[in-house]
Design a protein around this ligand. Sequence first.
Ligand code: BJW
Length: 249
Amino acid sequence: MFSQRAVDALKEAESVVVLTGAGVSAESGVPTFRGAGGLWREYSATSLATPEAFRADPRLVWEFYNYRREVLAPLAPNPGHYAIASLEDSFARFTLITQNIDNLHRVAGTREIVELHGNIWRVRCTNLGCERYTLAWENRDVPIDPLPPRCEACESLLRPHVVWFGEMLDPEQLRRALVAVDDCDYLIVAGTSAAVQPAASMPMTASRGGAFVLEVNPEPTDISPYMSEAVQEPSGVALPRLLEAAFGG
Ligand code: BJW
């Protein structure tokens, strides 16, 4: 349960950032990456979520992402996603920075979103010279077939529009995130283990800048001791309650 101080600081805030990770979608049925039941417990991250893995076996990597798309297709946002969407219109400036690729924040109605690690429903070309190299487009056909899929424009391999380990984040998405974090006076960090850079550093950056930083996670993380407050509850419970306490629902 959060303190009155956390509620009052939110009411007074003008520039709010919410940073989310896989835990925010856990109550929708999306598997997290680390911890019990996490994807990286069952599958090898280095064999499936690196550019080297894709170069070595694009078909295997596409099979993994098709499987993930099939798991995600029927899933819907949960009360945590909706609480975040409701926060957007309460502040002069609001940015959601998500590490999630599942699109559920958009489905819940959040408009100002930075997708730091991409979007699993988007596809782009691997050929630097192709117009579709940077232009990702949405493909919701599940599964993508035949594998591995090829670009209609240039016949090169297509890839999921996600950020793998060792890859640079999209510079524009990262720039928007860092500007928002620098500017904010309140940051909610929900459902992330804060194990993956550069997202993991953002709560500390906000804290050093003087923002109130509220962590929402049923488990303590490495950054918990440095937060203004850490609430050990599921985000689908804590975030609607925070919204209710600050704005009466
Ligand atoms: C609940 C809940 C409930 C459960 N309610 N909560 C500096 C130092 C050291 C290393 C690096 C560094 N800078 C870069 C690196 C390398 C690397 C990195 O950080 N490695 C670390 C593992 C050490 N970073 C990168 O490679 C990044 N690129 C980059 O920085 O480029 C420049 C560069 C490269 C190399 C060297 C130096 C610079 C790219 C990172 C891309 C991450 N990609 C993935 C896969 C995306 C595609 C896919 O899905 O397949 O993104 S990995 C995976 O982890 C995914 C997630 O977005 C990301 C974060 O995970 P998240 O969301 O935190 O999930 P979990 O499972 O870890 O945690 C869930 C949490 O929820 C838990 O705490 C639960 O308790 C909680 N929870 N139920 C609320 N109901």
